[in-house]
Design a protein around this ligand. Structure first.
Ligand code: CP
Ligand code: NVA
Length: 314
């Protein structure tokens, strides 16, 4: 085992900013390798006999299924735990939950609202904690996204990714992940929906070190010109349902449609973390068109999650 692999054992996966560029590239290579093995039908029981607990206080299709199937393919077992089933739902503390689950499990994946809750869980757990999405970040998504970009484009460094829409959890993780691997990331959003200033600042610091740029603008045309990757996500995230109508108005001009796609590079690829609200942030024509990488991107969640689990929990 090399030093990079050793250094990842037992770690939490809470934000891509906590990992070095080399560690992220190692995880991407491992994800590619596991994907190739699966396609060849070679078994890869790297987590035989191990168990992952998956806590969800928000809905999920991709994250849940990719972690659960991924664990199965690695020879382990995954437990689906909702807050309604756990004593967490009737007031047991996060710290006690972390201490107890650490006695049974080999890793915990959690999807929830407050990012701080994930940090608290990790602080009290003695096993790796993986962030499966918070209001602040979605790092497993960004890792799979970078894997998909590398697969479609052959490389990542120096490419331009433009994210159109809300400066949300997915945007934040793309900024951190992009900054780490040398991808220029521009967020094009309406006024008032910019990414958090402290995330922008930190991502810029990381980007400066890695020779790339992070930009935020309200000018969608300017942001899209020269883009190699166009990315979008829903206008109202989980937990913002009551703002949906107000947001529909605010984001009207920030739709990823054919007209916008034409302004990017001719070979630009289209991404969306899914689930999509077709006809709102993206049109059918674009998401189902030849430039769409959206379903490869969804598939790569499986391979990226397996790499994360194998590296941290192996
Ligand atoms: N992209 C994503 O995380 O999808 P789910 O909400 O279905 O897990
Ligand atoms: N920004 C979205 C991503 C869903 C995968 C949300 O948080 O609901």
């Amino acid at each position: 085992m090399n030093d990079l692999a050793k250094g990842l054992k037992g770690r939490d996966f809470i934000s891509l900013k906590d990992f070095t560029t080399e560690e992220i590239l190692y995880l991407l290579d491992l994800a590619d390798e596991l994907k190739a093995k699966l396609k060849r039908g070679e078994s890869h029981p790297l987590l035989a006999g191990k168990t992952l607990g998956m806590i969800f206080t928000k809905r999920s299709t991709r994250t849940r299924v990719a972690f659960e199937v991924g664990m199965y393919q690695l020879g382990g077992y995954a437990l689906f735990l909702t807050k309604d089933d756990l004593q967490l739902g009737r007031g047991e503390t996060i710290a006690d939950t972390a201490r107890v689950l650490s006695r049974y499990l080999d890793g915990i994946m959690i999807r929830t609202f407050a990012h701080q809750d994930v940090e608290e869980l990790a602080a009290h757990a003695t096993i790796p904690v993986i962030n499966g999405l918070t209001d602040l970040l979605h790092p497993t998504q960004a890792l799979a996204d970078i894997m998909t970009i590398r697969e479609w484009k052959g490389s990542i460094k120096g490419l331009n990714l433009t994210f159109i829409g809300d400066g949300n959890n997915v945007a934040h993780s793309l900024m951190y992940g992009g900054a780490k691997v040398g991808l220029n990331v521009t967020i094009a959003c309406p006024t008032g929906y910019e990414p958090l200033p402290q995330v922008v600042e930190e991502a810029r610091r990381i980007a400066a070190y890695n020779g790339c740029q992070i930009a935020v603008t309200n000018n969608i045309r300017e942001a899209v010109e020269g883009a190699d990757v166009l990315y979008t996500d829903v206008w109202a995230s989980m937990g913002q349902e009551e703002e949906a109508e107000k947001r529909r108005q605010a984001f009207r001009k920030y739709q990823l449609n054919s007209e916008i796609l034409k302004m990017a590079k001719p070979d630009a690829m289209v991404m969306h973390c899914l689930p999509a609200h077709r006809g709102e942030e993206i049109t059918d024509e674009v998401i189902d068109g030849p430039q769409s990488a959206v379903f490869d991107e969804a598939e790569n969640r499986l391979h990226a999650h397996k790499a994360i689990m194998a590296a941290l929990m192996g």
